[in-house]
Structure formats: C-alpha cells, structure tokens
Design a binder for this molecule. Structure first.
Ligand code: CP
Length: 366
C-alpha cells in the first residue's frame, strides 16, 4: 500500500500540461503571414553556418518559416535525415545548444556522434584541428562545433568538406541562438517581417548587458539590423563604458539601427517592448556577471505586453517570479531552438525538398 503522505506532492498528481504558458502557442499566425520561398534555403545547402552575417532578411525569415512548419506540423517529421550522421563536438559546456541540436537531428531521423571532451580525442596528443576536421569528413555528414576558442571554428573550415555549424565560438558569435531569438520575436509579432510596417507599430528593443563580450548578443544584433525597419530604437542598458567591441556600434548604426545607451534599467524599462537579458560577459577565460540594477523580477516596471528573452542559463539577473507571467517568452525561445535547428540542418544537408514536398496540414493541425 502506498503511503501518499510520505510522497513528494508532485508524485501524487498528474503532470500539469501548461498549454496556456506564454509563447508556447502554435506559430500558425507567423506561418500564415509569410509566403513560402525555398530559394534562400536552397542556397544554404552544403554551406557552413559560422556567422549571423550570412543571413539577410529573406534568408532568416524563410529559416523561421520552415521552423514554424516543423513546430506546427509534426507529421513533416518523416525522417528526412534518415541515413545521415551528425558529429556534435562540444568542447565547452552546454545544456540547450547541444541537446536541442541532438533533439533536432533525432527528430529528423538521423544518427549522432557526440564528443563532449576534447581530451578524449587526438587533441590530447597534439593533433591539429585541420587534421581532425579531415577525419570528420569521413565519419559524418555535418558537424556542430562549440569551442571557447574563437579561432577553432575558422581553423577547421579549410579542411572540412561537410557543413559545419558554429554553436558558439568563444566571445565571437552564436548564430543559431540568434536565429532562435528572432524566431521567438517573429512568432510574437509576425508583422515585424513586413517592410511596410507603419511607424506606430515599430518596437523598442532593450539589450541588458555588454554587446562586445556576449556572443549571443553579438549575433542577435547583426540579425536585428535586418529588421531595422521594425525597430524604432535599440537601447543598450549598461552603466559601464566601452561596452561595444571595436567597430561594432559603427557597423550596426551604418546598417540602420538607431542605438542609444542607458545607465539605469528602471529609466527605460517601461518603454521597452522586447527586453533581452543575458547573464555573463566573457573576458578572456573568465567572465563577469551583470551588476547594479540590471536585474528583472515581477516587481520590475515592465510595459504591458512586453516580452523577456534570455538565452539561458540564467543567474539571479532573471528572477523565477517572472516565469509564470505573460512576459516569459524565454522558455518558448529555448523550445523554438529545436525547430530552428531542424530547419537549418535539413537545409544544410540538402534534404529540404523532402520536407517541402510533404503532405500539407489538416485544418486541425494548422
Ligand atoms: N543558449 C545557450 O547557448 O545555452 P547553452 O550554453 O546551455 O548551450
């Protein structure tokens, strides 16, 4: 006989299905608002993805559209990557990126080789990255690489004959995280893709952190420049100076972003529609966390309807009291990353035609 009084309360009731959680709704609105155009995706076949600079508005919109198809229509997952092998080489810790890439590849029917410690490879004996890349050509059909050394991604490029995805290279870039961020924003407001967006529908985006030292922010800002027509102002909130890397702000402003800087979060928070917060900024091999009033909680003066994004993992800058509010789009952001990665991987290994030719959704699925 089970003594229910001795059980943890979560063991005595069914798992709660949180269908009403913010941002988890089906992305049907976004899917309906974007016309299918496979051309920008076809061009990506057998190409590496190293930088957010490789994505213009068309390309990132079509990647998001394909991700939405995967998210809305599970029956599209009819194993288009059957027979393909992905090499997942993560030489730096990861929860979301590694597992979501693996989840994406598994959902598409492929097989995976995972490396989580460079010390178990020939690197421990001094083998060069180009030589390891040469071997990867024989063992897999795509490689996903995370390395705390910025240069590693570039050192492998010359030897690789299979597409590589940069899953975070030091402080430099994290382009697929930025695509997951943009996908979340497009699901929230599909109209932002439109070049005819009325001025009064433009949004204010706040970036809490250090753009020069946060790889997710560095990539996201490059993608946000593609939707400059939809951004009235981009406010970076940080009391410190020298928060951009050399030439970064100039490049973004030349691309058309209207950038301002605020010292204090509470001064600008009530005006922001999207609040992007990150926890750490890298300085060489070490990192610094956010300080001062750069923290969000249920007490923060957020605008009605504002969404919070965070690439996670979080520290105390993002309080759990916000998890059950409509401002929480960060969990949806992490969930959407699986579908973005499904779209990218299908595209890179030239299996996109198998997805686009799949049967269309029933009325219930759409
Ligand atoms: N967003 C992100 O890169 O998380 P992980 O470090 O857990 O992969």
């Amino acid at each position: 006989m089970v003594d229910r009084s001795k059980l943890h309360p979560y063991l005595t009731r069914p798992i709660e299905v949180k269908s009403g959680v913010a941002g988890i709704q089906r992305p049907a609105n976004f899917l309906e608002s974007i016309a299918e155009n496979p051309e920008p995706l076809m061009e990506m076949a057998n190409h590496h993805i190293v930088s957010a600079r490789q994505f213009n508005l068309d390309r990132m919109t079509q990647v998001c559209r394909l991700a939405a198809e995967f998210e809305v229509m599970p029956h599209l997952i009819h194993k288009p990557l059957d027979g393909k092998i992905m090499i997942n080489a993560f030489y730096e810790p990861s929860t979301r990126t590694r597992f979501s890439f693996e989840s994406a590849w598994h959902r598409l029917g492929g097989d995976i080789i995972t490396i989580t410690d460079a010390g178990t490879t020939g690197m421990a004996k001094g083998e060069s990255l180009p030589d390891i890349a040469e071997m990867f050509n024989n063992y897999g059909d795509a490689i996903v690489l995370r390395d705390s050394n910025e240069a590693s991604v570039y050192n492998m490029l010359e030897s690789l004959r299979i597409p590589m995805v940069n899953a975070g290279n030091g402080v430099d870039e994290h382009p697929t995280q930025a695509l997951a961020d943009i996908y979340t924003i497009f699901k929230w407001r599909p109209e932002l893709t439109s070049l005819d967006l009325p001025e009064n529908r433009r949004i204010r985006v706040g970036i809490i952190g250090t753009p020069g030292k946060m790889r997710t922010v560095r990539s996201l800002l490059l993608l946000l420049a593609n939707v400059r027509h939809a951004i009235a102002e981009l406010v970076v909130i940080n009391p410190n100076r020298e928060i951009f890397s050399a030439g970064q702000r100039e490049e973004l402003e030349a691309a058309g972003l209207n950038i301002s800087i605020a010292d204090r979060l509470k001064d600008v928070l009530p005006e922001l529609d999207v609040v992007y917060i990150n926890s750490i900024a890298w300085i060489g091999d070490t990192y610094e966390t956010l300080t001062g009033d750069l923290k969000l909680s249920i007490e923060s003066p957020l605008k009605d309807g504002a969404i919070i994004l965070h690439p996670l993992a979080r520290g105390d800058e993002l309080d759990v009291s916000l998890d059950t509010t409509a401002h929480n789009w960060y969990f949806a952001q992490a969930r959407g990353a699986v579908f973005i990665r499904m779209a990218l991987l299908t595209t890179l290994v030239e299996r996109i035609s198998q997805v686009l030719d799949a049967p269309q959704p029933t009325a219930e699925e759409a």
